[in-house]
Ligand binder design. Structure first.
Ligand code: ATP
Ligand code: MG
Length: 553
């Protein structure tokens, strides 16, 4: 992994003997809340944490930050474990913040005994209204001067379930006039009579993020707590919690920029909305920026890791062009994925002078970029399909594909000339009557003459029907310039494919020659025995991404 400003901080810490010396390893963690599926923004944090540990021969935990029972679920825990592994990382310890509930409660009591926390009777609204503003101090709650003994008794009763949600909270006693709003007696604990996905009904008080997170890090021996930029203003509170508890070696919080990508959103809340209202097929819809969606879409873990590596780690938020992500995916696939012939919007071509109905083999290379992928043979015969886009009845200037009277090369076979256009009753093109020149067979030495266009085809009697889904961008900009879901982002067509695609396994990737990269959908393919294969578009063949647009570091 390339060095970044975080590594410079760590180098400093090692040099000054704070962490990473005398057998005390550099220790990081990836701490998702299990309230949704992971997205590509999380992938950035995963790569950063695991790769940083690797760089320093240190350790990295996967920790579920499960302190809010209202939104968390085991389904999410399982998907997160699967996604982290799929990305290629193995954690040293699997941890749950909920395993520390006893310890956190003890720490809260300790703060109370030290006179650094108090039980407040204010409602959430009252707390908000007395917090002050950026330019004026807040006002102190009348409960602020409660004696520690009284606070301990009330906190104990909160834990025992004596009070309704919202009746009391535990607040830190810091400074209601602090210029940092987060330091104005922040809430540490709240009452929530709600079952937790792991601890069930054992607790009805739950710690707030700002209190829980530093404790989770410290309990696990984390040395560097990497988090996104919005927590920069919370760092004084992070440090306050551990200092107040006189923790011997406190972790160091370092903030980095959140990843944003054009044409999509990175918020679990907004993504969940799309899932819940049925706009998408689920968390793993191939248009979703989730790891599960990208996996189903045919993206590879290598491509995602490369992307995360190349966008770098910066201290300022910025938006990365989605075309850069696609560039990374294409770059990875082009060396690995074999080509197949698939005809979109098919037109039937009858080669009238082709001897009979028997078939002959045509040899095709599997990849121009990766010759080691070898060749395959496909059948050629009297009737074939070509792409609708490869024929024009009235050709525009410089159209080098097929048109009446024109000649074109069939990739791996012969030249054909279009003699006649047969139309249906509605005037649409039904089939093309063509003749071939046996002297132009592909691979039989120098061509007898030149043609400018080469097109692909599939033999009609052996062709298989497949369903092809074009996955566009999840979001488009509305009139106000804000992103909103684009319902037209998924479209499906029926195409004709060379016979081998009938054997495609779920998750298998191909280049559809001249069209783009596609993957056999992991859910819909083989869903019904003998059913039609379904493919999702992964990425197009051509990049519109320019190195000049390289994201800033
Ligand atoms: P969301 O708003 O999508 O729910 P979150 O930050 O609440 O995101 P967490 O589950 O708390 O999600 O995130 C786990 C880790 O991943 C955190 O350390 C967080 O900073 C990091 N992370 C989340 N989103 C991004 C992002 N877009 N870019 C980089 N890191 C991210
Ligand atoms: Mg969150």
């Amino acid at each position: 992994m390339e060095s970044n400003f975080i590594h410079e901080f760590i180098d400093e810490d090692i040099a000054e003997g704070r962490y990473g010396y005398e057998g005390k390893p550099i220790y990081t963690r990836f701490p998702p809340e299990p309230n949704g599926y992971l997205h590509i923004g999380h992938a950035k944090a995963i790569c950063l944490n695991f790769m940083t540990a690797r760089k320093y021969a240190g350790l990295c935990n996967l920790r579920f930050d499960d302190t809010n029972p209202l939104k968390e679920d085991t389904e999410y825990v399982e998907s997160i474990e699967e996604d982290v592994r799929w990305l290629g990382f193995e954690w040293d310890e699997l941890c749950f913040a909920s395993d520390y509930f006893d310890r956190m409660y003890e720490c809260a009591c300790e703060l109370i005994r030290k006179g650094l926390a108090y039980v407040d009777d204010y409602t959430a609204d009252e707390i908000r209204l007395t917090r002050g503003t950026l330019t004026s101090p807040g006002t102190e709650s009348p409960c602020r001067e409660r004696a520690p003994g009284e606070n301990l008794r009330l906190f104990e009763e909160m834990k025992a379930g004596k009070y309704e949600d919202g009746a009391h909270v535990l607040r830190a006693k810091i400074d209601m006039a602090s210029p940092n709003m987060n330091m104005r007696d922040p809430v540490l604990y709240r009452i929530a009579h709600s079952d937790h996905h792991r601890t069930g009904a054992a607790w009805c008080v739950y710690p707030m993020y700002d209190f829980a997170h530093p404790l989770e890090d410290a309990i696990e021996g984390i040395t560097h707590s990497l988090c996104t930029l919005e927590f920069e203003d919370h760092r004084p509170l992070y440090d306050w919690v551990l200092e107040s508890l006189e923790w011997p070696t406190a972790p160091r919080q370092i903030e980095f920029a959140r990843l944003a990508v054009t044409h999509t959103v990175m918020s679990k809340r907004l993504l969940k909305q799309l899932v819940d209202d049925g706009s998408v097929e689920g968390w793993d819809d191939p248009r979703m920026p989730t790891i599960a969606g990208m996996r189903r879409r045919g993206y590879t873990p290598e491509a995602i890791r490369n992307f995360c590596e190349q966008i770098g780690v910066a201290k300022a938020n910025s938006e990365v062009d989605i075309e850069f992500l696609e560039h990374c995916v294409r770059d990875d696939l082009k060396a690995k994925v074999p080509a197949r012939n698939v005809v979109f919007d098919p037109i039937k071509v009858v080669i009238t002078n082709y001897p009979d109905v028997s078939l002959e083999p045509a040899e095709m290379e599997n990849s121009r970029e990766a010759p080691e992928l070898g060749t395959r043979t496909v059948p050629f015969g009297r009737e074939i399909y070509i792409d609708g886009a490869d024929f024009m009845e009235e050709p525009v200037k410089k159209y080098f594909r097929l048109f009446p009277g024109g000649e074109v090369r069939l990739k791996g076979a012969y030249f054909i000339r279009c003699d006649e256009v047969v139309k249906g009753e509605d005037g649409s093109v039904k089939e093309l009557l063509c003749t071939y020149d046996p002297a132009t067979k592909s691979g039989a030495g120098e061509p007898v003459r030149k043609v400018k266009g080469t097109i692909h085809w599939v033999e009609a009697s052996t062709a298989v029907e497949i369903r092809v889904r074009e996955c566009g961008y999840l979001m488009k900009k509305n009139a106000d310039g804000a992103y909103e879901f684009d319902p037209a982002s998924l479209s499906e067509t029926v195409c004709m494919a060379e016979p081998s695609l009938a054997e495609a396994r779920p998750g298998e990737r191909f280049q559809f020659f001249r069209h783009g990269y596609y993957v056999a959908d992991g859910k819909l393919t083989d869903a019904a025995p003998g059913g039609v294969k379904v493919f999702n578009s992964i990425v197009g063949l051509k990049s519109s991404w320019k190195p000049a647009a390289e994201p800033e570091r």
